[in-house]
Design a protein. Structure first.
Length: 282
């Protein structure tokens, strides 16, 4: 009976593909023909009467057959090993008459782990209020085709740009870019999903710019008004000083005039007295 099985493995590991028949302990591999072939056309490994009867440069140094349960072992697994494998078992009867005892199909699914996502952030513009950054995330070396996602402070966000491409050995590389304005502390998370697995990396960004606001010069009209006030004040002080100096001088001059008048009156008195005496004597 034909039975289909699925085997998953990772590139570089060792994997066993099960066959549909197990040789009883009373018999040996010499009583069988065993064929392991890929995609029904390419012979991977074949034995007849206990002897290896096929050669395949792609598998000769990486495969072996379990002589008991006829499992095909492949190590190390390569990405090109991905595909369908068929195990056909024939029993050699009397006079080399053979009949097929079983055959089964095994689907080998080879995966490769992506690298941990790498996040970088470059500043494109900065001010006191915010900083413009370009965030990039990348991962490579994996299979199957991945899906890249992101989050800001645990809230799902959409990348501005993303791309998936293949390079050596058909491995995938994925990149994504985001333009974001940072006004406070933010945590970026980049995740790569493939084959039911998720790999994530986070990057914490802080707004650290300390800006000093420059002193703004006063408007022109303020300067003009201030100048006028200062000039008026200086003129007022000058006028007040002149007025006070005149007032003081006026008070100093009056006592001197009184003294002079007193002197004049004193000199006139003797003349009058002389005339009187002369008259009396007469």
């Amino acid at each position: 009976a034909s039975k289909n099985k699925v085997v998953k493995t990772k590139m570089g590991e060792k994997v066993g593909l099960p066959c549909c028949h197990e040789i009883p302990s009373s018999e040996s591999l010499r009583h069988y023909r065993v064929y392991w072939q890929k995609n029904t056309t390419e012979v991977v490994l074949a034995y007849a009467e206990g002897n290896k009867i096929s050669r395949n440069e792609l598998y000769d140094n990486r495969t072996e057959l379990d002589t008991s349960n006829l499992t095909l072992w492949i190590s190390p697994v390569e990405l090109l090993d991905n595909g369908s494998y068929q195990c056909i078992v024939q029993h050699l009867g009397i006079q080399q008459n053979s009949f097929v005892m079983c055959d089964n199909l095994v689907h080998l699914f080879v995966t490769a782990d992506f690298s941990m996502p790498k996040i970088t952030a470059n500043i494109s513009a900065s001010s006191c209020e915010s900083t413009e950054v370009v965030v990039r995330c990348s991962s490579h070396g994996g299979v199957p085709r991945p899906k890249i996602s992101g989050a800001i402070n645990n809230k799902t966000m959409v990348w501005n740009d993303s791309s998936v491409s293949r390079y050596s050995h058909n491995l995938y590389t994925v990149t994504a870019t985001l333009w974001h304005r940072v006004t406070r502390e933010v945590n970026f998370t980049c995740s790569v999903e493939y084959n039911g697995l998720v790999k994530s990396t986070s990057l914490l960004l802080k707004k650290t710019n300390d800006c000093v606001v420059p002193t703004v010069p006063p408007p022109y009209n303020v300067i003009t008004a201030s100048s006028i006030i200062i000039i008026i004040f200086i003129l007022a002080v000058a006028l007040a000083a002149r007025y006070l100096s005149r007032h003081v001088c006026s008070h100093c001059c009056k006592p001197q005039d009184s003294v002079e008048e007193g002197v004049k009156e004193y000199t006139k008195t003797p003349v009058s007295s002389k005339v009187t005496s002369e008259t009396s004597s007469v």
